[in-house]
Structures are given as structure tokens and as C-alpha cells.
Design a protein. Structure first.
Ligand SMILES: [Zn+2]
Length: 335
């Protein structure tokens, strides 16, 4: 079915998820392979549990410095071209002819920066189901003021997620930012009028491993004040065992991206090493063995083959592994 863009229909989806005790997953993407892996995984998982129209949110950042995903969506490295391609991809993949045409797909703009993304913020917001308006680089009071202005202007057009605090980044200082206090969250939520807030609950963006602690106790204290309107970011930094209580903690939406890319790379790399000669031929394989880059047991006899040296081969491995990762998360949040 077509994308769910109407604000009231989006709110109905959230209410439906809440009734089911589901946490709505948002998987971000920066290429067609990932976009399709998300839809395909949800479609497969739905078939396994006997629901053919599961809701799913597909997200993308714009010029967000930590990961400008619309910029990466095309090799033009132009955000506008990338954003338009992303919307077209989703449009075609959710059309009635598509195998993913039954899904309830919502599209999310993630980390849209209050000053850098002014041009995008002037687009018709009705093309999107939700937007995370990010003014978290400003001092707290100014963040509230800026976000309230945006919410005032766009409240009828799109569901608004607000960034109460900055989420820490794994590859910067090493000093984690302070966690959001329930008092701050309450002041932000009532002061801005956003639908959903993103507090800092101890997770990290772009983590290289899933070894951090998610502070569910804090999420419960915050949601006791604001209601169950929290969104968790930096989810890849936490092990899946830590993510089973999100619904009870008052989290209604969860954002995830890093783990998809991080954890599919091993699958691709292993397969390429194992089949080295089919990818690059005996001569180049032997050269790599000679340089110590591959072991002696690497296949160095096979002829190169179209089944191995194409972009299709590489994307297929990524696609399949991403689907497995996504399905594992879905089994936690769509229980
Ligand atoms: Zn985020």
C-alpha cells in the first residue's frame, strides 16, 4: 500500500502498536540494498508470524555531520538528489506490484539539523511520516525554544520527534555526555509540544561493538512524567538482551542503523576471502598469498566467475545478512 504519510494515520499506527505492546522499529538506510533489506525482512518476518501488513519505519538522515545519509544515497554526493532517489525507491517498493506492497511503511527524516538543513525544512513536510528535529547542539533553553517554533509551524503536517539531548558518539572524546534527567525531559516535552522525545539513555551512536548499558530504569522514570513517548537512538551499542523491556520502559520507537552495516561487513569479507580466486582469479590470489594478505589455504585455482565478481554478488551477501539482523530485532520488538 502507499506510504503512510497522513499525520492522523501515522498516529493510528502508533496507537495500534501500543495496543499490541510493540515498539516501532526505525531502520535507517543510505542505499537501495539496505532500503530493500528492511522491507524484505519485515515482509518475511510478517509471514512467519502470520501478519502480512506489519508496520515499519524507514529512516534517513540528511546533512547530519555524523552520517549524512541522503548524501551517500547517490554517488553525486548531493543530498537533494539522494533524498529524491530514496523517496522514489520507497514509492516504487511500496506500490501494489511490489512484493512489499502489503506493508504499512512510514518514512522518517532523522536528525534534521535546525540550521544546516534549513532548505530541506522548507520542503513539504507531508511527504514524510515523521521528522526528528535536532536542535540539541544548542544550549538547552534555546533548544526548547527552537524546537517549539518548529512544532508550532508543522504540528498538523508531520509527527515530530525532538532531540532533548545529544547522544554520545563512540569515536569521539571518550567522555560520555550526561544522561537526561526526568526533570529535563519533562521540561523539554511540555516546553516544545513535540510528539516524541529522544533522551540520552546511555547509548552511543556509531558504536564499534554492542557493549554499553542502556538505562531502562531512567527511561521508566522519564516516561512516568511524559507518558510512553520516548524514542531510543544509538541502539546498535547495546546487546539485544538489553532491549527486551523497551515497551515497558515507555519507549514507543527505536532507531537503528550502525549494526546493519557493521555486522554485515564480516559476512561479505569472509565470503570474499573464502572465494578469492573466483573473484579475482588465480594470479592475483597467488600475489596476495605471496604478500601475506591471504593464507596458503585460500582457493587460488578457480577461474574468475560472474557469479562472484559482480556488484550483485556483493550486495546479495549484504542484503541477506542485513535481513537476518533485522529479523532478530523484529523478534524482540514485534513479539
Ligand atoms: Zn540518532
Amino acid at each position: 500500500m502507499p506510504l503512510i504519510l497522513d499525520r492522523n494515520e501515522v498516529l493510528e499506527m502508533y496507537a495500534f502498536a501500543r495496543e499490541k505492546k510493540w515498539v516501532l522499529p526505525t531502520f535507517n538506510t543510505e542505499n537501495l540494498t539496505t532500503t530493500e533489506a528492511i522491507l524484505s525482512a519485515v515482509s518475511d518476518y510478517g509471514k512467519e508470524i502470520g501478519v502480512n501488513n506489519l508496520p515499519i519505519i524507514v529512516g534517513i538522515t540528511n546533512t547530519y555531520k555524523d552520517r549524512p545519509q541522503s548524501v551517500y544515497y547517490s554517488h553525486t554526493r548531493n543530498w537533494e538528489i539522494g533524498m529524491r532517489l530514496f523517496l522514489k525507491d520507497l514509492d516504487v517498493l511500496t506500490s501494489p506490484e511490489s512484493p512489499y506492497g502489503n506493508l504499512n511503511v512510514m518514512v522518517h527524516l532523522d536528525h534534521i539539523i535546525w540550521d544546516d538543513d534549513l532548505e530541506l525544512l522548507n520542503w513539504d513536510m507531508r511527504q514524510f511520516s515523521s521528522i526528528m528535529y535536532d536542535a540539541s547542539t544548542l544550549p538547552f533553553e534555546e533548544n526548547i525554544k527552537k524546537t517549539a517554533q518548529f512544532a508550532e509551524k508543522n504540528r498538523d503536517l508531520v509527527l515530530i520527534e525532538g532531540a532533548c539531548d545529544e547522544i554520545s558518539k563512540a569515536d569521539t572524546s571518550g567522555n560520555a555526555d550526561d544522561l537526561t534527567t526526568p526533570e529535563m525531559a519533562e521540561a523539554y516535552f511540555s516546553g516544545t509540544g513535540v510528539d516524541i522525545i529522544v533522551p540520552n539513555l546511555g547509548t552511543e551512536h556509531r558504536a564499534t561493538a554492542s557493549s554499553l548499558k542502556y538505562h531502562g530504569d531512567l527511561a521508566r522514570k522519564i516516561s512516568a512524567k511524559t507518558g510512553p513517548h520516548l524514542c531510543l537512538h544509538g541502539t546498535s551499542s547495546v546487546s539485544q538482551d538489553e532491549l527486551t523491556t523497551l515497551f515497558e520502559d515507555g519507549i514507543c520507537k527505536v532507531n537503528l542503523w550502525t549494526a546493519l552495516e557493521r555486522d554485515s561487513t564480516f559476512a561479505l569479507f569472509s565470503d570474499m576471502v573464502k572465494n578469492a580466486s573466483k573473484l579475482i582469479g588465480p594470479a592475483k590470489t597467488k600475489e596476495m598469498v605471496g604478500k601475506g594478505l591471504l593464507g596458503m589455504i585460500a582457493d587460488s585455482e578457480s577461474k574468475p566467475s560472474l557469479d562472484y565478481y559482480t556488484t550483485t554478488y556483493r550486495q546479495d551477501i549484504i542484503f541477506r545478512r542485513m535481513k537476518e539482523i533485522i529479523k532478530q530485532y523484529l523478534s524482540i520488538w514485534y513479539r
